[in-house]
Unconditional design. Sequence first.
Length: 125
Amino acid sequence: MRYSTYQSIYEPINSELVKSNIGNYKKVLARFKISSWMLKVVITSMIIFIGCSTVLTVFAGNENDVLPGGKIAVSQGETLWSISLEHKPTNMDTRIYIEAIKKVNQLHTTSIQVGQVLALPQFAE
């Protein structure tokens, strides 16, 4: 058995190279007069900001504003995307309107059939 331990599989790490890289990192921080705790605060703040932005983007459409709307029969060649482009409010993202159509019609996928009747949601202004 040639490789019996984890350390024997990989080449040994050049500890001098690692130490020099850590030294370079500390020199950069010292040059900009940034302490390590300040760097941690900045990185943590960025992670929180990006996380909050993502959550706000995901929940931008309010599902409680969906009102019952008209109905449409699906024609040959129509997709949820094309139907959404025709009937969605002008300031709404097409993907959000597609999800609203799926919710109102209790669709689990975006597959629709010719002749299928879909209820179109309308959003409160």
